[in-house]
Ligand binder design. Structure first.
Ligand code: ADP
Ligand code: GN1
Ligand code: MG
Length: 369
């Protein structure tokens, strides 16, 4: 059990305008503890976002916050240079602490940060239509492009080997050998599926190691609910959840969009007949992504766009399976078997992608952009 949080006290450590009114837990992220805080200000109530960083997942919060601060400042500067009047809705803005720092450490040692709350926009857990898919991909491609000239050298690696799929596969194999909770028997089919895909896991990692795919500044957690979509215009307005910003491959980011934005089923859907990679959604993703990323993508990256969807879906499925075997220690779970359900959904999507891989590849090749 975690200690109860005195969120009013945490809020008082930040340079927030007005006086504290209330706070509620917010969002459906699997990692951090997120609160929407209401402050009474001269012009009425205003919301802010406070987040406690998950230290089991992120071992070096100061290094993480250094990345986040650099990325936010650069994105804001670029948007202002472009003359955007609503720059504060288009990139995250950190709220400084009363001591003018980017994070606050509470008396129990927990690390907190504050963001301006982006109103009138939503992070969707399930894709609604092709326009939304196009917008999400356009926003993430635009974000990669915005950060291509990030000054100050390489970002810190907040989680080493985060998308190194062979390492994820090795972690799965270790969890399987140990089977610390005696759960492997209940997941025999999923384990067989994972083992049968050993030949896929090295494709992108090996191409990167050989220099065939360039390292870029990437987001690495581009699931659909990590881009806020404007409630009125439908525009992909702001990329959020910057904890995993680090050196990576553009293919990781496109791949996770395929995982989260082509199927009409939720990530933890238990009726697997609903899980399907829908080609029109995939085409909308490619269209949206190329509208902002075509300028920098190499031929090899383009060639692997469809495959990246399969690989990242497999990789996240492996991670859910590993966490199930290890006793649900990483992802937040809301019911027994939640991680196994999530794994099954991912693997069903991998199957659907495999059935349609030729059509997906043909569709990428046909894009003229
Ligand atoms: P996690 O790492 O746990 O996924 P996120 O940073 O994605 O944490 O935040 C959780 C949720 O909070 C998001 O899915 C989104 O709905 C919401 N959120 C995050 N930042 C903001 C913001 N600045 N304004 C409005 N909503 C936000
Ligand atoms: C986590 O933080 P959130 O909920 O946006 C995870 C991602 C997974 C995703 C699966 C730091 O993302 O890597 O793809 O769950 N983030 C971290 O839904 O592990
Ligand atoms: Mg998130």
């Amino acid at each position: 059990m975690k200690n109860p949080v005195d969120i009013a006290k945490v809020a008082s450590a930040f340079r927030l305008p007005g006086t504290f009114v209330s706070a509620t837990t917010y969002g459906s992220g699997h990692i951090n503890d997120t609160y929407a805080v209401v402050q009474a200000c001269a012009d009425g109530p205003r919301r802010f976002l406070l987040q406690r960083i998950n230290e089991k997942v992120f071992r070096n919060p100061p290094a993480l916050m250094q990345n986040v601060a650099r990325v936010c400042a650069h994105a804001q500067a670029r948007l202002r240079l472009e003359g955007r009047k609503d720059a504060e809705r288009r990139a995250l803005t950190l709220v400084p602490t009363c001591e003018d720092r980017d994070w606050h450490q509470d008396e129990l040692g927990g690390y907190w940060r504050g963001y301006l709350f982006i109103e009138g926009a939503t992070g969707h857990d399930v894709i609604r239509d092709a326009d939304q898919a196009r917008e999400a991909a356009r926003a993430f491609g635009g974000f990669q492009s915005l950060l291509a000239d990030l000054p100050g050298g390489r970002l810190n690696e907040t989680i080493p080997d985060f998308h190194h799929t062979p390492t994820r596969f090795a972690n799965f194999q270790r969890a399987l050998r140990t089977d610390a909770h005696g759960r492997a028997a209940a997941a025999a089919e999923e384990i067989a599926f994972a083992l049968a895909h050993a030949g896929d896991v090295g494709v992108i990692a090996e191409a990167m190691a050989a220099g065939g795919i360039p390292e870029r500044v990437t987001h690495n957690d581009t699931k659909l609910n990590n881009v806020l979509i404007d409630d009125c215009t439908g525009e992909g307005i702001c990329v959020i959840d910057l904890d995993t910003m680090m050196p990576g491959s553009a293919l990781y980011d496109f791949g996770d969009l395929v995982r989260t934005s082509t199927s009409p089923a939720a990530e933890d859907e238990t009726d697997l007949s609903k899980v399907e990679m829908q080609l029109p959604m995939f085409e909308a993703l490619v269209d949206g992504y190329l509208s902002t990323a075509a300028g920098f993508l190499t031929t090899e990256e383009r060639r692997l766009l469809a495959f990246s969807g399969k690989l990242i879906t497999l990789e996240i499925g492996l991670r859910f399976l590993t966490d199930w075997l290890e006793g649900d220690v990483y992802f937040k779970v809301r019911r027994p078997g939640h991680n196994l359900d999530r794994c099954r959904t991912q693997f069903a999507l991998v199957r659907s992608i495999e059935r349609q891989m030729p059509a997906m590849e043909a569709s990428v090749a046909a894009f003229k952009r």
